[in-house]
Design a protein around this ligand. Structure first.
Ligand SMILES: O=c1[nH]c(=O)c2[nH]c(=O)[nH]c2[nH]1
Length: 281
């Protein structure tokens, strides 16, 4: 029997890095988690235990911290591009590099309308994400938001679906719409003002979610993605995952009370899983 090595890659995951950027009048605090992944001419490491071509994952981790000192000064996209380029140009055995960064959101405290110079509150689960793929000179930049918890208390319905022998769901003309949204979008070019693009795209996603009259999560997902592609030429395509975090009306009739769409059971599981990618035709 002949066996050969198929696809393979190696790198360091969850390199947890925080940084203070000291500006004249305030401290900027950043916290990221970095994954590096190398693909290339590493077959003999797997087949023969020959490590002579291997850049250890420990060194990859050290490289992230060392290069952060002077090169993590702006967006996570730019830092990931710098890291990918470093691994590509310094390691001829590497054919493809993937650098993935997740940034935790920290916001400066505000008192009497003034931002505090060095005290922060955490932003919960929401993260800004970036993924760089570099293959020689070819680069792709994908950015995104993960775990964006959003909810609206009206302007959401779900009706006119299939009714079969197992249907118990009641049509809802006015329901809570809640999701922990993950959005990822690929940029057309590997350069740009990625920080400004990120906050503008985030704003467009939120604005569309808030202002649109939803007939389903599927329709809301489509409208959010469409709004981004219409507003930003820099975005080539966008994917959204929007789990439906159900809030189910609680039956108050046994207590002689009418539930006027006010009291709900918030459920974790099971949950609806709605996803979609929007592309330019
Ligand atoms: O927006 C929704 N889409 C569905 O596909 C679905 N299915 C369901 O039970 N509730 C909902 N809501």
């Amino acid at each position: 029997m002949k066996i050969k090595l198929g696809e393979n890659a190696y790198g360091k995951n969850a390199v947890e890095l925080s940084k203070i950027i000291r500006h004249a009048d305030h401290h900027e605090f950043r916290q990221v988690s970095v994954n590096t992944l190398l693909e290339g001419d590493f077959e003999t490491a797997y087949t023969q235990g020959d490590n002579t071509r291997i850049l250890p994952t420990d060194t990859q981790k050290n490289t992230v911290y060392a290069l952060a000192k002077d090169h993590f000064t702006g967006s996570i996209e730019d830092f990931a591009l710098y890291l990918a380029n470093h691994f590509t140009t310094n390691n001829p055995r590497v054919h493809k590099v993937q650098v993935e960064i997740q940034e935790h959101s920290w916001t400066r405290m505000q008192f009497n309308g003034e931002l505090h110079p060095h005290a922060y509150t955490g932003g919960g689960a929401e993260k800004h994400t970036a993924l760089i793929l570099q293959e020689g000179n070819a680069l792709s930049v994908t950015a995104g938001i993960s775990d964006l918890l959003i909810l609206k208390t009206t302007d959401s319905a779900f009706e006119h679906y299939i009714q079969d022998a197992f249907t118990t769901l009641k049509p809802a003309s006015d329901r809570i719409l809640a999701t922990q949204c993950t959005a990822t979008w690929r940029y057309t070019k590997p350069a740009g003002d990625f920080s400004a693009l990120y906050s503008n795209i985030r704003h467009t996603l939120l604005h569309t979610f808030a202002h649109h009259k939803s007939l389903s999560v599927q329709q809301t997902l489509y409208d959010m993605g469409k709004a981004v592609l219409e507003a930003y030429d820099a975005v080539q395509e966008i994917s959204l995952v929007m789990p439906n975090k159900h809030h189910i009306p609680f039956n108050l009739e046994p207590f002689g009370m009418k539930n006027q769409n006010e009291v709900f059971v918030a459920t974790d599981a099971p949950y609806g899983y709605i996803s979609g990618t929007l592309v330019r035709e």
